[in-house]
Design a binder for this molecule. Structure first.
Ligand SMILES: Cc1ncc(COP(=O)(O)O)c(C=O)c1O
Length: 426
C-alpha cells in the first residue's frame, strides 16, 4: 500500500494540468487593436447599437460578438453585459412582473440565480435537484407552483442541459415562462438544440472560470425582438436605439461590456467548438473510469444531452460507505495533485441573507402586502438532494483539466483510487 501524499508519500500526479484561461497571440492582437483604436467602449461607434447584422470593419467588437454568439447559439438577439449576474437581472426586469411574484429556482446553484429575482422585488422559491444530474428536478416543480408563480428558471448545471422537454411541458401546462441560466452552458446541447435557445431568454457568464472568458462579462440571448430592445435599453441606462443620447425611456443601468471584453470574447468563441469536443471526450472517459471505482460514482449523462460542456465535472462521493468525511477525502486528493473541490458548502437558501433578509429596503417584498414572509430554513426539509450534495456527496473538478490528455484522466482516476484504497490513513 502506497503512503498518501497527505502523509508524506509521493503524489499520484506531479505534473501540472492544463491551466486556464487559454489564450495566445490572437487575444494579444485584438486587444492591441482595440487599445490603439482609442475606441474602448461601444458608444465610440455612435449612440445607435445594432441589434442585428453589424458588418465587419469599423464596427464595435461588442456588437459583432453579440451577433456571433447569438448565431452560434441559434438565437436571434444577443445583448452583452458587464457580467452574467447583470444580464439575468435585466432579463427578469424586462418581463415586467408584479411585485411579490414568484420565480422557481434550483436550490443547488450560484447566488446570482436567486439575487436576480430579489433585485426585481420578486420572490425566489427553491426546488430540489435531481440526484443523478444535480439539475432542477422536474418531479418537484409542480408542488412549488402557486398562483403567484410566473416563471421557472433552470440552470444547466456544470454544462449538462436540464430536461427541457419536461420543463417546457410543465411551464406550458401552468402558463409560465422559462428562463435559462446558462452561465455554465456555452455551446451545450439538448437533443441537438443549443442550451440558451429554448426559453424566453437565457443568460451566459464570461467570468474568469467559465468555459469562455474575458475575466468578466455576460450575455443575454432571446428570439423576441421587442424583449431584446428592452434589454438593450436597460444595459444602456434606459436609452433607445435611434433616439437622442440624453433621452432615457425606462429605468436602466450601465451594464455595458467594454470593447476589450468584446474583442477577447470573439477569439474565445472561435475556440469554443474545439474545446467543448475535447472536454466532452475526456469527461466521458473519466466517467467510465470512475464508474469502476467503489466509493465514487459519476453523475449520469442523460442520453439526450448531445453536448455536455463539463464546465464543472462532478462526481458523487459516498461518504457513508467510505467512512471518511468528504472534505478530508478532497484534502487527500489535492495532496495527490488533483484539484478537487467540494463546491457549495450548503444549499443557496441557507445563506445568511435568506435568514437576515437583507434584500431591498429590508426584507421587501416579503412580510408586506405583496407577499407573506417566508422562512427559508424550511426549504431544508424539501431539498434533501441539495443538502446531501453540499454536505457529503458532490466533488467538483475544474473544466481546464479536461483540455489535456486521456493520460491526465488516468492520473485523476488513479489518485482517487489511491486515496480510497488508503482511507485507513485518514
Ligand atoms: C449558475 C450561475 N449563474 C450565474 C452566474 C453569474 O455570472 P457572473 O459571475 O458573470 O455574474 C454564475 C457565475 O458564477 C453561475 O455559476
Amino acid at each position: 500500500m502506497a503512503t498518501l501524499a497527505l502523509n508524506g508519500g509521493k503524489a499520484a500526479r506531479e505534473k501540472p494540468f492544463v491551466g486556464w484561461p487559454v489564450f495566445d497571440e490572437a487575444e494579444e492582437e485584438v486587444l492591441l487593436k482595440v487599445l490603439r483604436s482609442g475606441k474602448w467602449w461601444r458608444f465610440a461607434f455612435g449612440q445607435g447599437v445594432e441589434l442585428t447584422e453589424p458588418e465587419e470593419g469599423e464596427h464595435s467588437q461588442v456588437a459583432l460578438f453579440q451577433k456571433e454568439f447569438a448565431e452560434y447559439h441559434e438565437c436571434k438577439y444577443g445583448i452583452a453585459g458587464a457580467n452574467g449576474t447583470g444580464t439575468l437581472e435585466i432579463g427578469i426586469r424586462a418581463m415586467d412582473l408584479g411585485i411579490g411574484d414568484e420565480i422557481i429556482v434550483p436550490a443547488y446553484t450560484y447566488v446570482a440565480s436567486a439575487t436576480c429575482v430579489l433585485q426585481n422585488n420578486l420572490v425566489p422559491i427553491f426546488v430540489d435537484v435531481d440526484p443523478d444530474t444535480y439539475n432542477i428536478d422536474p418531479d418537484r416543480i409542480e408542488e412549488a407552483i402557486t398562483d403567484r408563480t410566473r416563471a421557472i428558471m433552470v440552470v444547466h448545471f456544470g454544462g449538462q442541459p436540464v430536461d427541457m422537454d419536461r420543463i417546457t411541458a410543465i411551464a406550458a401546462r401552468h402558463g409560465l415562462a422559462v428562463i435559462e441560466d446558462a452561465a455554465h452552458a456555452h455551446g451545450c446541447e439538448w437533443k441537438g438544440k443549443k442550451a440558451g435557445s429554448m426559453s424566453l431568454f437565457s443568460s451566459f457568464s464570461f467570468q474568469a472560470a467559465k468555459n469562455m472568458t474575458a475575466g468578466e462579462g455576460g450575455i443575454l440571448l432571446t428570439d423576441d425582438e421587442a424583449f431584446a430592445a428592452e434589454c438593450d435599453s436597460m444595459v444602456w441606462s434606459g436609452r433607445r436605439i435611434g433616439r437622442p443620447w440624453y433621452e432615457f425611456h425606462r429605468l436602466g443601468w450601465n451594464y455595458r461590456m467594454t470593447e476589450f471584453q468584446g474583442a477577447i470574447l470573439r477569439v474565445q468563441l472561435s475556440r469554443l467548438e474545439e474545446q467543448i469536443l475535447h472536454r466532452e471526450l475526456l469527461g466521458d472517459y473519466l466517467s467510465t473510469l470512475l464508474g469502476e471505482i467503489d466509493g465514487v460514482s459519476p453523475l449520469v449523462r442523460d442520453e439526450r444531452t448531445t453536448r455536455h460542456g463539463y464546465h464543472i465535472y462532478m462526481f458523487r462521493y459516498d461518504e457513508s460507505s467510505v467512512g471518511v468525511p468528504k472534505q478530508k477525502f478532497i484534502d487527500a486528493l489535492e495532496a495527490e495533485g488533483v484539484p478537487g473541490f467540494g463546491g457549495y458548502t450548503f444549499p443557496l437558501y441557507r445563506n445568511p441573507m435568506f435568514g437576515n433578509k437583507k434584500f431591498i429596503n429590508g426584507g421587501f417584498p416579503l412580510g408586506t402586502e405583496y407577499h407573506e414572509d417566508i422562512d427559508y430554513a424550511l426549504f431544508a426539509a424539501k431539498c434533501p438532494v441539495s443538502e446531501r450534495a453540499c454536505n457529503t456527496e458532490a466533488v467538483w473538478l475544474p473544466q481546464n483539466i479536461f483540455l489535456g490528455s486521456t493520460e491526465d484522466m488516468d492520473d485523476v482516476a488513479e489518485a482517487i483510487k489511491k486515496v480510497l484504497d488508503n482511507r485507513n490513513e485518514l
